[in-house]
Design a protein around this ligand. Structure first.
Ligand code: ACO
Ligand SMILES: O=CC(=O)O
Ligand code: MG
Length: 531
């Protein structure tokens, strides 16, 4: 174990105010975390590759024999703090200054400030996001729009949780011994270092959401980081609380183990449905019988998705942990009342189903949807949560249920939609906007991953055949892509198209689709292209 604390180098720009976040003490903390835990992160990423090779070779995901005792013995997570007991509606969004204020004022119980799926991790977004979070915690945050509208915090605000980047992402503007450090460790370290004590004084705490994990060993790494961090700042062990997103097919086989690893620090699990669909497809892409229909057909009620959500609820409630629902992609539709009412009805139905099944709360992407989700949960869940009552469906979820291939069709419209949305999203991301409204739906890194993964698989899989019998091919992709690019140009206008990085996005999309090697995350080549 090294104690050297002088190897950090910042290669991103140092704008006004950045020095208040990138202080020598905070950087010393980042360096300690990276030196202690950086190598384990890299080993765990290598283990992911090995696991993928095994799956490609036919060893399908299953519950682990070596952790059977954890699944079968009786234990619970540590008691939850008071302000994490009623989480019926949580709003999510990037750490943009105006959105942080709007989200905290939205009437939701929790705001999950997101450095992952909805953030394009430019250096500015990352560091300024930390400034915004610090000012939010100190309650000094304010903002003035170009039109003069002023923003400040209401008296009563949502409880703050922060989602650091996943283990796969690096922060290339912070080098240790010349190498980029973990993006997740950087996000965690900065937020924790600058805010943990203040949050505790305020009667809340440093609360996190942990994304995209594939095994309980990855959860163990986060737990070890938490123990180290609490020691470092002299904060009682167990002060940090974290909700893990079950958003990979492999994690759904290790829900008990993940809760167990984080026992003292756990604030339950969440169904990260969009990444989950992506992960199902990514991990099982080479299986002869695994093929997904059009993205719009893969809903929460198809058997493999429903099984996963019910298993999350059962597992959490047995361990006295909250089982959070997921994100409906609908957002308010301006200037079309009928379409707006339809979108709201879809969200309402989704949230009512979640509450009836036993979820303890849910996510929305937009302040306009807070009342919709709140009403749905108030109606189905009068108590703060359903943990004590242990509400859950009486079903036994087996490995085969989690892996079941959904029925449905692949259509030309589905292929076009994936191309159109994928390219528009990548353009948005390259322009620094990690969540975007596209065709009246919220699109972020997780939803866009589904689009590009489906195209990749449909081209290569023998079952990638349209309902009219045509095989999806590279030629079809090229032809439809040209047409979709024309449509986008007409929709956004020539000037926006030319300045909006759409051509660069189309090139990057080509690389993702045409490369026989499946690119693990679109944000990896994307990050190379970001400033
Ligand atoms: C798969 C997953 O991981 S889901 C979680 C990650 N994804 C997200 O968090 C997406 C969050 N949502 C968003 O980013 C946005 O809602 C978008 C991009 C989809 C749409 O944003 P916009 O086009 O700005 O929406 P719209 O114009 O309707 O916004 C109206 C107002 O609501 C605010 N708003 C919209 N969404 C949010 C949000 N999630 N949090 C806070 N404020 C929000 C806007 O800032 C705007 O404020 P203003 O009136 O004061 O200017
Ligand atoms: O992070 C959430 C998801 O659905 O993915
Ligand atoms: Mg996700």
């Amino acid at each position: 174990m090294s104690t050297q604390t002088t190897g950090i180098e910042i290669v991103g720009s140092m704008k006004k105010g950045y020095e208040e976040i990138l202080t020598p003490e905070a950087l010393d903390f980042v360096e300690r975390l990276e030196r202690h835990f950086g190598e384990r992160r890299v080993e765990l990423l290598a283990a992911r590759e090995k696991r993928q090779e095994e799956i490609n070779g036919g060893k399908l995901p299953d519950f682990l024999p070596e952790t059977k005792h954890i699944r079968e013995s009786e234990w619970t997570i540590a008691p939850l703090p008071k302000d994490l007991q009623d989480r019926r509606v949580e709003i999510t969004g990037p750490t943009d200054r105006k959105m942080v204020i709007n989200a905290l004022n939205s009437g939701a119980k929790i705001f999950m400030a997101d450095c992952e799926d909805s953030t394009s991790p430019t250096w500015e977004a990352i560091v300024e996001g930390q400034i915004n979070l610090r000012d939010a915690v100190n309650r000094t945050i304010s903002f003035e729009n170009a039109n003069g509208k002023k923003y400040q915090l209401n008296e009563e605000t949502a409880v703050l949780m922060v989602r650091p980047r996943g283990w796969h992402l690096e922060e290339k503007h912070v080098l240790l011994d010349g190498k980029p450090i973990s993006g997740g460790l950087f996000d965690f370290a900065m937020y924790f270092f600058h805010n943990a004590k203040k949050l505790v004084e305020q009667g809340t705490g440093p609360y996190f959401y942990l994304p995209k994990m594939e095994s309980h060993l990855e959860a163990r790494l986060w737990n070890d980081v938490f123990v180290y961090a609490q020691n470092h700042l002299g904060i009682p062990q167990g002060t940090i609380k974290a909700t893990v997103l079950i958003e990979t097919i492999l994690a759904s086989f290790e829900m008990n183990e993940i809760l167990y690893e984080l026992k003292e620090h756990s604030a339950g699990l969440n169904c990260g449905r969009w990444d989950y669909i992506f992960s199902y497809l990514k991990k099982l892409r080479s299986q002869d019988d695994v093929i997904l229909p059009d993205r719009s057909q893969v809903t929460m009620t198809v058997p493999f998705m429903r099984s996963y959500s019910l298993l999350t609820i059962q597992t959490c409630h047995r361990r006295k942990a909250p089982a959070m629902g997921g994100m409906a992609a609908q957002i308010p539709i301006k200037n079309d009342e009928e379409a707006n009412a339809e979108a709201f009805a879809k969200v309402r139905a989704d949230k009512e189903r979640e509450a009836r099944d036993g979820h303890d709360g849910t996510w929305v992407a937009h302040p306009g949807l807070v009342p919709v989700a709140m009403e749905a949960f108030n109606k189905e869940m009068p108590e703060p949560n359903q943990i004590e009552s242990g509400k859950q469906m009486d079903v036994e979820v087996k490995a085969a249920d989690l892996l079941a291939v959904p029925e449905g069709t692949i259509t030309e419209a589905g292929v076009r939609m994936n191309i159109n949305v994928g390219i528009q999203y990548v353009a948005s991301w390259l322009n620094g906007r990690g969540a975007a409204p596209i065709h009246n739906l919220m699109e972020d890194a997780a939803t866009a991953e589904i689009s590009r993964a489906q195209l990749w698989q449909w081209i290569r899989h023998p079952k990638g055949v349209l309902e009219d019998g045509r095989k999806v091919t590279v030629e079809m992709y090229h032809e439809l892509k040209e047409e979709e690019l024309e449509k986008i140009k007409l929709e956004v206008g020539k000037a926006v198209f030319e300045n909006g990085k759409f051509e660069q996005a189309a090139e990057m999309f080509d690389e993702l689709i045409l490369n026989d090697e499946f690119v693990e995350f679109l944000t990896l080549p994307g990050y190379q292209a970001l400033a």
